[in-house]
Design a protein around this ligand. Structure first.
Ligand code: MN
Length: 245
């Protein structure tokens, strides 16, 4: 991959320590980094874009812009207005909690990477276990560096979802290629005496070999290649064969 120009974003907000850690690490590596990130936390905003009001931006630094919008807004503004040349790679994170299994549908971190992938730009969403402080961002950075060192074309690494246990680098057991696992929320909606509701709940997970959750539980960083095509190809063929209209 070996990028030169990197766009950095997230969903935790422009002041998030995970984002600022990556910004410095990428700069120290000699890369040309532009950070375009939401002014306020946008976790669980998924792939929302802002259509019904103007979006304000504030240049915090020559290389850092704060956006009064969503993670997907940030990527769109960066690609089509703020960056003079398109980036070779978009990195979203380091998110302040894992994004495993179905989390990828809700996550603003993953959506920012997906937005870049829609425009054909390689993108990596990176998330870390929320067990700190302390947070061992250097572990996530070492995983990212390994991924960036893999030679290959843009198409080879279009869209990756990375999850890293919050362990010092020497305790990380390695990196595993995984597929998305499956999570089931028990009682995701709570009804309160005052008539209001909250959405929360504790996820339980299906434990299967080869899935993202299993890798991080075993102390590995998990890397899942994601695709933009949500078509269920197996069923499509089955339905085509079975139901001829
Ligand atoms: Mn977040």
């Amino acid at each position: 991959m070996r990028p030169q120009r990197v766009l950095l974003t997230n969903d935790d907000g422009v002041d998030s320590p995970g984002l600022l850690y990556l910004e410095s690490a990428l700069q120290a590596e000699g890369l040309d980094v532009m950070t375009v990130a939401p002014r306020f936390e946008q976790s669980a905003q998924s792939h929302a874009i802002t259509l019904r009001r103007p979006i304000r931006v504030r240049r915090v630094h020559s290389y850092r812009v704060s956006v009064d919008g969503t993670p997907a807004d940030c990527v769109l503004l960066a690609l089509f207005a703020l960056m003079e040349e398109p980036p070779d790679l978009v990195i979203s994170g380091i998110n302040h909690e894992y994004n495993l299994g179905e989390d990828v549908f809700y996550s603003g971190t993953v959506a920012a990477a997906r937005e870049a992938a829609i425009y054909g730009i390689p993108a990596i969403a990176v998330s870390m276990e929320r067990t700190g402080p302390p947070y061992h961002y250097e572990t996530a950075w070492q995983v990212l560096k390994k991924l960036m060192e893999i030679p290959g074309s843009r198409e080879t690494f279009l869209f990756l979802n990375v999850n890293v246990p919050n362990q010092p680098p020497e305790n990380l057991r390695g990196i595993r290629w995984t597929r998305l696992g499956t999570r089931v929320y028990q009682n995701p909606v709570q009804h309160h005496p005052d008539g209001t509701y909250t959405i929360a709940g504790t996820p339980s997970w299906n434990h299967e070999n080869g899935v993202d959750l299993e890798a991080v539980l075993q102390g590995y960083a998990s890397v899942t290649p994601l695709s933009l095509d949500l078509t269920d190809h197996e069923r499509l063929e089955q339905y085509r064969r079975t139901y001829a209209f």
